[in-house]
Design a protein around this ligand. Sequence first.
Ligand code: COA
Length: 347
Amino acid sequence: MPSSVGAPALRAMDSTVLVPMVRNPLSSERALADAQEFPAETLRLVGQRRDALRRKGDLWADFFADEVRRRIENGSFLGVLWFGPGGEPVALAHWEPAGEVGRRGQVYLGEGFQRRSVLEAFLNRLESGPTAHPPFVSWSDEIPGVSEADREAVFAGRGFFGVVRADMRLPAGIELPHLAPLPGYDPRALSVADETRMAELLFRVYQESPERALFATTLDQHEEARRGVWNVLHGEVGEWLPRASFGIERDGRLIALTLANDFEGGLIAEVGVDPSHRRQGLARRLLSLTTDALRSAGFGVPRLVVSMWNPGAVRLYRSLGFEFVPGGASRIWLNLRALGVSRPPPP
Ligand SMILES: CC(C)(COP(=O)(O)OP(=O)(O)OC[C@H]1O[C@@H](n2cnc3c(N)ncnc32)[C@H](O)[C@@H]1OP(=O)(O)O)[C@@H](O)C(=O)NCCC(=O)NCCS
């Protein structure tokens, strides 16, 4: 039983005003409540999802569950729980603090409720109500117990576009080729003093790329690039590793970079080359420096995450010997229109 069934806490969060009891076709009465007020029930659903993700070999299973626990403990968790009439938790949705573009959410259904009709009804419930709600602009597709076809029907039916993201790793023993230096394109290690230049480069790198829809929180692309670099350098994705992060300058401007972090091992968090300097082997050269540095610093197998609507990057990594991690693919559903991005051509 939830810790305070019958009196779900009402709290304005993220401009969402919760309504205690709702009527819907699936049940005579269900209550929507602030998940932060029901830690035991929230963590039970999160734990069920973590176990399901572990069973499928998902590398991030524990990370996501730990992150929820941390946020509940420090009081910053944003989410709603949906209770059945007997007080049983039916579904949980949670999200990052809403950005200017909207909310990025994750949704799970409790055991016994894992079916398409419940998912559909819960999403309808979340999207109804006061119009001041920031819209959901993305949903994670990791919803154990609901079939891929049903998830597809629900999210595509709501106008979301599915993108598969996949973990890749460079197996031990595979050495990246050391290409001859390109005159005038000398790589150097990066430092925090380069932060502004990194952001300027990433603005140019992602300006025309649909990739930015994956994480954007604001439609101001300069600001987005600044935030992206800040997150990598200042602890949002583990500890930044300047000694494994490299850049190339041309005419006083940074035109290519790789950024690596210690995020449960060596993670290549960013690879970007200025559009006017592509296909000259700059990414290949920087990746070989970064992977060597990660290995010699004892970080083991270098990893990265790539989206399948970025076939050029997939080809780049595969050509270097990176392989897909089994169980390491996940889909994210995006509202491209709200994110200001046009649908990419099929790979
Ligand atoms: C992906 C990216 C980093 C590649 O940089 P680059 O310096 O142009 O890459 P390289 O010249 O080293 O390319 C090496 C190989 O990768 C593959 N490749 C790179 N870009 C490609 C593209 N657009 N289409 C097809 N293959 C591509 C090719 O096999 C290429 O070898 P080739 O030129 O001999 O055919 C660059 O296009 C970029 O910054 N893209 C936007 C940001 C991004 O998507 N980053 C990756 C996020 S996971």
